[in-house]
Design a protein around this ligand. Sequence first.
Ligand SMILES: [Zn+2]
Length: 439
Amino acid sequence: MADDLTNEATALLQDLIRNACVNDGQVSSGEEVRNSDLLTSYLAGSGAELEYYEPQPGRRSLLAKIEGSDPTAPTLMLMGHTDVVPVNPDGWSRDPFGGELEDGMIWGRGAVDMLNLTSTMAVAFKQLARRGFAPRGTLLFLAVADEEALGTWGAKYLVEHELDTVRSDYVITESGGYQVPTKAGVRLPIMVEEKGTFWSNITVRGTPSHASQAYKTDNALVTAAEVVRRIAEYRPEVEIGDTWRRYVQGLGLPDALTDPERIDELIDSLPVGLGRIAHSCTHTTMAPTVVHGGTKTNIIPDRVDLQVDVRTLPGQGGEAATALLMDAIGDLADRVEITSNDDPSTSSPVDTPLWDSLSRVTARLCEGSALVPTVMTGGTDNRFFRRAGSVGYGFGLFSQRIRFEDYAKMFHGHDERVDQESLDLSTQLWLALAEDVLA
Ligand SMILES: [Zn+2]
């Protein structure tokens, strides 16, 4: 049985990859209607109710439902996005949209982010529907558009306009579930918290004049360069959150990673990839990323706009983030105007029935394993659902062929791939979880 389902998940994943629903951030991109159509034909005949939402032409999301018998029982949503980010084919050793299968490995954009989970969720959902699964609580499968560009035409839209249909007690989406070997056994990171984004535009003003007389001019570009330097050099204070502490303890990592006095020194001595993760999970980060300014070679510029990607910690509101930026900019603060888009951090507790169910089920599928809560430095569609009251976790299961280092590099990177054993594990996970939570 498992083999048949793995073959179904493999074929479905290959087709989802080949549809190349590339989301470049423009409203007209993505065209997720193609993956929605593919999933519709896959789910045809399963007996499940299907509904569609298309707030912009082509940006279609599909919601499949097995209605529970007891309205007081919890609702579980399996949510997978159907879009992918663009590729640079030069860096790939295979066709990024070929969906090639070789040596049990499926290659292509979306293989880990996150068409692998979307396909296994669909396969498990169909299998449950075929079996006549009649749970007490309702099971939802949401194949959602536009995750890769802030969820505007996908999860954000659905939570804002269709909350009654998508409201769920429990939501599972990306990402986590790679196996980390420790002395105490395999540990499986599960995302329970996401940092916030506080994308900021900083306008720096100057006074225009002729660039042939540069002496003592008020040059916005020169001021902006100093603002950038100060932001880049700024060292926000360490904050050790509960989730980070549990993660470090759960993986048996050095205690210094939870000690505000010692952590910065340790981070400095780690391989840079690990250092970056440890740093961003315990600090607010600020990265200047875009600059626009100046009009002509012979004009002293009077305006420069800088964009800074600020990532906030749990409990850090917009005011605190602005104060941090101002502190970094120091005595140039009165020379700038800051406008920001505050999308704060979200998290879910770990003492929930969903956590207990996942622990039971994964301990069976991955012998001797235990869950470890973790922080995500980026954002997922879970943030909209958490704010609407759901317990939202990021999870899936991977085989030992997918090591954490490779997994992290493959997100939005080259040579994205996943093995069939991982598809099998995730399919079994969704089947067992639905039974455990809803039956
Ligand atoms: Zn994703």
